[in-house]
Write a protein that binds this ligand. Sequence first.
Ligand code: PLP
Length: 458
Amino acid sequence: MNVKSNIYPTKALQEADAAHHLHPFTEHRTLNAEGSRIITHAEGVWLTDSEGKRILDGMAGLWCTQIGHGRHEVAEAVYKQMQELEYYNLFFKTSHPPAVALAEKLAELTPPQFNHVFFAGSGSEANDTVFRMVRYYWDLMGRPEKKTIIGRWNGYHGSTLAGTSLGGMKGMHGQGDLPVPGVHHIAQPYWFGEGGDMDEDAFGLWAANELARAIDELGEDKVAAFIAEPIQGAGGVIIPPDTYWPAVKKILDERDILFVADEVITGFGRTGEWFGSTYYGIEPDLMPIAKGLSSGYLPIGGVMVADKVADVVINKGGEFYHGYTYSGHPACCAAALANLAILEEEKIVERVKNDIGPYLQKRWKALGEHPLVGDARMVGMMGALELVPVKGDRTKTFANEGSVGTMARDYSFENGLVMRAVRDSLILSPPLVLSHEEADELARIAEKTLDDTYAALK
Ligand code: PLP
């Protein structure tokens, strides 16, 4: 099949895709019956499919394309790097200029406790590194009994064994007898869905206190770390109540366990700060990063390691038997450096905080008036619309959970906007370079999508 021409044989591509390709997170019978959506080009915030239809990328790929699609500066930096040194590894005391430059840049951009990075190929790999590094740290500290890692139900930390185990997605746990031993899950701070009779602030304190309760029950001497996303992304853009993070911080300050803030989604400007940890004033010891690090142009992730942990790994440890062939791949580092240069030079993070973020939030929150919407929330440029059968009543849910969300997601795509469905909510996380006019267009399509869904339910 010739896919190099500009004429894309949609049907042939769909048939070959169905015949030979197992997709991530996809129900294949429906995919094969309906045919996959084939995306062929992208520029700025716009995708084009094989039929020539233009679609606004309201998910920035998969929460990653901060600088928008099609930036030639990144392609050129990668091309140049490929010609100089296409690949070399970082094992056994070797390094190369792009890895050194990226490590130095990350030490500058991340919160002050971070001066070291361990490179990985993705967010999932980064969390495998986290899993091993926290246990290694406590072994080196002479506390080998500190092994249990506490995560949260409905948290997402990736799809590998460690990522799935640390995450709290029950559907994922059900496939493959996970989590692995030594992981404990506590409640998430999801007030809209699970707050019961409590007001938001009281629920935030209750959910934070679940951490203290779990540490006390398991025994502080057995707990290695707590891992959490500053704002849960894949779980449905769960923005914790204002009381949550200050209370968690206090609990962590009083206890001797490591804190891991998974910034794979919230990093690199998504919240209007460089990192979600800065947005919430929390101080992680380890910080997995990926996605916005390269805006998804090439796969790269890593774990930022605070001095407290790095000093022990470097000075007390011998060799940490851990690493990936593609840790700090030169071309991926070059893509990340070019991406970070664009974020800095175009002041994109500041723009999310002061300009396009507030503008989009206003448009998004106005959708909360729609009769189908129970909650319209957004921090920076990540948001959710909770779809409800009875406006004003958080306790009522649709009969077949997820069906209305999926219906709305499909209408949105038809109407020209990619949003994601999580349960019966619609999720948004567009490129950070969205213009005001594009934000207006996005809000217009989202509103039409709500109208279409509402009409279909009558
Ligand atoms: N951690 C978080 C918070 C994520 O949202 C994701 C992916 O969505 C991951 C980890 C896994 O990253 P990857 O898909 O690059 O393995």
